[in-house]
Design a protein around this ligand. Structure first.
Ligand SMILES: Nc1ncnc2c1ncn2[C@@H]1O[C@H](COP(=O)(O)OP(=O)(O)OP(=O)(O)O)[C@@H](O)[C@H]1O
Length: 687
């Protein structure tokens, strides 16, 4: 359908422009968000190294302005502090920082800011087991308000995928996408709620030159839509460099250039640094920053006043003042004024999306866009038929404080449900997690059944039967513990990204992963126990079987929780070594190797912590307690013919299975809470 726009250039009549989009490539269905300008003043970042007195200053009182509608590159030599600056601006790193960061002239409220921004990290943290479409569905389910209809969500997904050139690949599994496609998917996922500020850490790393160009074109397109796009980049090619609107260059933690990319060479020339002909300006500024043309850093830092000066007019930026607002209306009014300042970007967005869409081809400087922009630049009032809704929908989140809406777009229950469904889908698709585990339980079940075949009621084989009971504990413990230690740390980077970008709360995520694996673990455990119980001819009484099964189930749940604690607290290498080593004392004090009374008094407390002891005791009581009849004996003398003798030998004659079950439940709860606390600590400490 043709779009008709009236450019009512007052005093000069009106101009009618008819635009026929080549294909449906608009982002009209995204939620409307306000444009955001970000400024930072005298930003200093220090870290402590080694001894407490050894403080390293990474950012040295840098200042800068990052405007909406512009694509900003943060450049500098390796180790200059680019990632550190980006991490501070995103709010990813908060401790050790001094200075002020303002958003549209007001002191940044980190909580509100994080709702307006997204951070796309270098290694596209994506779940490989989801298709593009499924990943997008999860993003819309979590990032758009629950009130959004399914049809509207579908439309958002459709639009974004078409715009980013991913619609052809909507059924492709994320793990099979190319590097460039993965990058685009990472952007697509965050674009769902249309954040006005987007941060990218090295968006072009690992991409070939054509994909780099496409990626930067896409970022430029997003910037032209009124968004503030900031990315760190390593020495781009001259072609890529030209595409950036704004360049912020760091050298040794200080700002050596801030301004348009187009004026870089001219400005450096005015400082006595002539860029050789046919030399890439991006390479030149890096070389200058590295000191290849002498020590110019101090001179450049002074000339630019460490980022306080605007290269456009060589003057310091106007002071940021925060007006004293008396009421909410005054704040809204002020924000609307700021909004109106960004009319240019709104016009650009409208024209861009109506004409060529955001298809990443970089062809943005079309005639209409230039016309509209130049008219505004001249100061002539220009009325464009636009979404008036945008102006009314000033985001109170910018203001922070009382008017600030909820922390997440959806309720914790919705987050729990969406993450649970996603985790169940992963489990179904994860070969190791599902089929290999099932196979192992069945195989080992039959192996043990064959080894201890029919010994359950044989008075001469009670010691072997106790060995069987202990082996059950060992097997169930290791299988459920190691799978969690191996799989959970792999989830961490995605969790860090999604949690930081406000997809869900840690609580909802944790509840979902806690619940998701329990049914599978339970099914595997039941299959194993049924096989071994029948093959080894344990007492054929339902209540004994139930107690035996409950003890085994609880052991596998507890061991899984141990795996979660270890997986949350450390990486795979350490976890795989430490968890089995840490389990050794619990195995030794389980009551199988040494009976309780034989353990030295000062070491007995360990048995109370040994979950293996409770599990082993539970299965032993289920087998030999509750007035079990004497066992069969096919030899002249069977010492353990009477089950009471076995219990006496194990010091379990007074033991109570209810206490064992209660202790296992308590340990389970304590471990699950500890795993949550470790996870929370880990999320904070990685930042
Ligand atoms: N936690 C830390 N402890 C000690 N030094 C740190 C810490 N974090 C960063 N640094 C140092 O700060 C400097 C800047 O690091 P940063 O990662 O920001 O550099 P960069 O410009 O992004 O480099 P690159 O382009 O190589 O990624 C480096 O010298 C780095 O070693």
């Amino acid at each position: 359908m043709d779009n008709v726009y009236i450019l009512n250039n007052l005093g000069k009549g009106s101009l009618k422009v008819t635009i026929t989009p080549a294909q449906h490539k608009t982002l009209t269905h995204l939620p409307k968000r306000p444009p955001v300008d970000l400024a930072f003043t005298d930003l200093t970042y220090k870290v402590q190294e080694g001894r407490k007195s050894n403080v390293k200053t990474i950012l040295k009182s840098v200042s800068g302005r990052l405007r909406s509608g512009e694509l900003t590159a943060i450049m500098g030599p390796s180790g200059a502090g680019k990632s550190t600056l980006l991490n501070i601006l995103t709010g990813y790193r908060t401790s050790g920082m001094e200075g002020s960061i303002t958003v549209n002239g007001m002191e940044r409220n980190l909580s509100s800011f994080r709702k307006l921004s997204c951070y796309i990290m270098q290694d596209n943290q994506l779940h490989g087991n989801l298709s593009v479409e499924e990943a997008m569905s999860v993003a819309t389910a979590l990032k758009l308000p629950s009130a959004t209809t399914t049809a509207a969500k579908e439309e958002v997904i459709q639009e974004i995928l078409e715009t980013l050139g991913l619609s052809e690949h909507h059924k492709t599994m994320t793990s099979n996408l190319s590097g460039g496609q993965k990058k685009r998917l990472s952007i697509a996922l965050e674009l769902v709620n249309n954040p006005p500020i987007m941060f990218f850490d090295e968006p072009t790393s690992g991409l070939d030159s054509s994909s780099c160009f496409q990626c930067i074109s896409l970022l430029k397109t997003l910037a032209r839509g009124g968004r503030t796009i900031i990315c760190t980049i390593h020495q781009p090619s001259a072609r890529l460099f030209e595409m950036f609107d704004h360049l912020y260059t760091l050298a040794d933690g200080q700002c050596v250039y801030q301004g348009s990319t187009g004026r870089l060479v001219e400005w450096l020339g005015s400082e006595g640094l002539q860029c050789p002909a046919y030399h890439n300006p991006a390479s030149f500024i890096i070389e200058v920053s590295c000191g290849e043309y002498g020590d110019n850093t101090g001179k450049l830092v002074r000339a630019i006043n460490n980022g306080k000066n605007d290269i456009r007019n060589g003057m310091p930026f106007p002071e940021v003042t925060i007006p004293p607002y008396n009421n909410k209306e005054a704040m809204e009014e002020s924000l609307k004024k700021q909004w109106n300042k960004n009319d240019l970007s709104q016009v650009q967005e409208k024209f861009k999306e109506a004409t060529n869409g955001t298809n990443g081809n970089g062809n943005l400087q079309n005639g209409i866009l230039q016309y509209a922009a130049s008219e505004i630049a001249k100061g002539d009032p220009l009325v464009v038929q636009m979404d008036t809704e945008k102006q009314d929908n000033v985001e109170m989140a910018l203001l922070g404080g009382e008017g600030s809406p909820k922390r997440y777009a959806t309720s914790e229950l919705t987050q729990f449900w969406v993450v649970l469904k996603r985790t169940l889908l992963f489990s179904r698709r994860d070969w190791t997690l599902m089929y290999l585990r099932l196979f192992a339980h069945i195989l080992v079940g039959f192996l043990i059944g064959a080894l201890y075949y029919n010994i359950g009621n044989d008075g001469s084989k009670v010691l072997s039967n106790l060995g069987f009971l202990f082996f059950n504990m060992l097997f169930l413990m290791y299988t459920s513990m190691t799978i969690t230690i191996l799989s959970f740390p792999l989830e961490m980077p995605v969790l860090v990204k999604e949690h930081f970008n406000r997809w869900y709360s840690l609580r909802s995520y944790y509840m979902a992963i806690t619940v998701s694996d329990i049914p599978f673990q339970a099914i595997f455990c039941v299959i194993y126990v049924v096989i071994v119980y029948l093959l080894t001819s344990q007492p054929a009484e339902w209540f004994r079987f139930a107690m035996f099964l409950i003890s085994c189930l609880l052991i596998s749940f507890v061991a899984q929780s141990v795996g979660l604690v270890v997986g949350a607290a450390m990486n795979v290498q350490n976890g795989v070594f430490l968890a089995p080593v840490m389990s050794v004392p619990f195995l030794l004090f389980s009551g199988f190797f040494v009976s309780f009374n034989a353990i030295p008094v000062y070491l007995r407390w360990i048995t109370y912590l040994s979950y293996i002891r409770y599990g082993f005791e539970g299965t032993a009581l289920a087998t030999y307690s509750f007035n079990r009849k004497k066992l069969d004996c096919h030899q002249t003398y069977c010492h353990f013919k009477n089950p009471v003798t076995t219990l006496e030998e194990l010091d379990m004659e007074d033991a109570d299975i209810t206490l064992d079950i209660a202790a296992l439940c308590l340990i389970f709860l304590v471990l699950r809470i500890s795993a949550f606390l470790f996870l929370r600590w880990k999320l904070k400490s990685t930042r």
